[in-house]
Design a protein around this ligand. Structure first.
Ligand SMILES: Nc1ncnc2c1ncn2[C@@H]1O[C@H](COP(=O)(O)OP(=O)(O)OP(=O)(O)O)[C@@H](O)[C@H]1O
Ligand SMILES: [Mg+2]
Length: 498
């Protein structure tokens, strides 16, 4: 495409899972010293394609060429021998080992004569590799004590210890703070200078335009084209991904505001909320912005009864309620959609349908206390269609769904409870542009039905786009409130740093 020879070429690659053609004759290229974005909607096949390249899955057909020669990738080790490493979205660092031990895990440096691990050499080499990516972590530090951004740095340094020529990053920034993301981008610039080919998956459009050089697009398991980033814009990229234009990325709808539904006064908890007061009315979407660690999730979990409040009170429809645990919260009509879907949101060993009706079984009990399966299944299928969950059927195990589609199942689970107050924490993290719009439409629909919605989000365009009112948190406190009219990226950031 630009006169250079590709470092990687995948040709006519196909992969079938039971009931799903995940990839259908896909072609992509990646070049040394460049970042190639791999884009597509949830379930388009991005992770599957990258798992094939990194030896996690075997392809059913097609060829892979690395630096012009055909590569026969038989497994993860074999991929590493070809210079390919993947940094999965769910990081695989081990908490009970040190930074250095993690870096050389499976690849330990041994002493010459005894077969003991040469700790000293590992520590020295760790320092060197970490320095190469501008990271000053102590190699002796226990990984349990470091944060997600730093864990990611370990994974990248680990790729360097294996002499990686192709590094794949699958949604690397979903759990990072803004500062960590900026840091990651610096590291990526460094990797580019070393001539490494980087393949980058993300649903955050602005990132693609910041650090990528080219883009390859998949649509529904098929190849949908490529482009140089400098030749395209946001709208063009979206229409390549979804096959149509998205008119309004953040649809806002005015609704009739009713009485106060949720009133929180002087709420505190030991997990990091300090004297927070706010209210949400029927027919209102209240956005909560702030930096990571500002106490937003903690505030939500305290209202939801997951964390114990140390002071304050909560009123529903003007009446004080005593919420001691999650069950109390749910029976008061409050639901909370967690930001951490793997840990708190879903049961990986259960099906899509079971995950959706998990908290709802009471709703489907008839007078004989038997579950009305027909009614339950009707509702499950309704939501699968309503928010376009990509799954062959409701019996599919949730662990076989793509990341974004798992997120949609969890949203459906809470919607099925028809809550009065819906608190959602980073609801569109990992969700593609098209599906985001469907979720916003759904929130607007709930709003017009007179529900109260609290939306915690780090995505400022999203908060600004669909909230009626915005609270900003900083260091456990509510540092300000802005009306839809007043709010801008600048004044939110000012309050977030207050
Ligand atoms: N182990 C598996 N068993 C069955 N189906 C699978 C498996 N892994 C993936 N799939 C299916 O293959 C398709 C592609 O999934 P993949 O995870 O590659 O999507 P993705 O583009 O990474 O999406 P996302 O942006 O949501 O992460 C989906 O329909 C998914 O349900
Ligand atoms: Mg994926």
């Amino acid at each position: 495409m630009n006169g250079k020879k590709p470092m990687l070429k995948m040709e006519n690659v196909s992969k079938i899972f039971p009931g799903v053609k995940a990839l259908d004759k896909v072609n992509i290229e990646a070049y040394g010293g460049e970042v190639t974005a791999l884009m597509g909607e949830n379930g388009a096949g991005k992770s599957t394609l990258m798992k094939i390249l990194s030896g996690v899955y075997q392809k059913d057909e097609g060829k892979i060429f690395i630096e012009g020669k055909e590569a026969h990738i038989k497994g993860i080790k074999s991929a590493e021998e070809y210079g390919v490493t993947i940094i999965h979205q769910e990081l695989s660092t081990l908490n009970n080992l040190t930074v250095a031990e993690n870096l050389f895990l499976g690849n330990e440096k041994c002493c010459k004569f005894s077969r003991r691990i040469n700790k000293k050499e590992q520590i020295e080499r760790s320092k060197m590799f970490l320095e190469q990516i501008g990271c000053n972590l102590d190699p002796n530090e226990l990984v349990a004590n470091i944060n997600v951004g730093e864990k990611q740095m370990i994974e990248i340094a680990k790729a360097l210890t294996k002499n990686a020529r192709i590094i794949i990053m699958d949604e690397p920034t979903t759990a990072l703070t803004d500062i960590e993301t900026t840091n990651l981008f610096k590291v990526i610039e460094n990797l580019k200078k070393k001539g490494i080919a980087i393949i980058y998956i993300s649903h955050r459009m602005e990132e693609i335009f910041t650090i990528c050089d080219r883009v390859e697009v998949l649509r529904d398991g098929k190849y949908a084209g490529n482009a140089l980033i400098k030749d395209i814009d946001n709208d063009k990229l979206i229409s390549m991904m979804v096959g149509r234009k998205i008119e309004e990325q953040f649809p806002y709808k005015e609704a009739k505001k009713g009485d106060k539904l949720l009133e929180v006064s002087n709420l505190s908890c030991n997990e990091g909320v300090n004297n927070a007061s706010f209210e949400v009315r029927k027919g209102e979407i209240l956005g909560i912005a702030g930096l990571m660690g500002a106490g937003r999730t903690e505030l939500a979990k305290t209202v939801f009864g997951e964390y114990k409040k140390t002071s304050g009170s909560i009123k529903i429809n003007g009446k004080e309620v005593n919420i001691k645990n999650i069950e109390d919260a749910i029976s008061q009509g409050i639901c909370y959609l967690s930001e951490d879907r793997k840990k708190e949101g879903c049961v990986l060993g259960l099906s899509v349908g079971e995950n959706m009706s998990l908290c709802n079984l009471k709703k489907y009990q008839n007078s004989l206390r038997k579950i009305d399966r027909n009614k339950e299944n009707q509702d499950i299928d309704y939501y699968i269609n309503k928010i376009n969950i990509k799954t062959p059927n409701r019996e599919q195990l949730i662990k076989n769904l793509s990341g974004g589609n798992q997120q949609k199942v969890i949203l459906a689970k809470w919607l099925m409870l028809s809550p009065e107050v819906l608190i959602i924490d980073e609801p569109t993290r990992g969700i593609d542009v098209g599906a985001k719009k469907e979720i916003y439409d759904l929130l607007n629909e709930l709003k017009s039905m007179g529900k109260a919605i609290v939306m915690i989000s780090s995505d400022l365009p999203e908060v600004l786009g669909i909230s009626d009112r915005i609270l900003v948190m900083s260091e456990g406190k509510i540092s300000g409130e802005l009306s839809r009219k007043e709010a801008s990226q600048e004044n939110i950031m000012k309050l977030a740093l207050a």
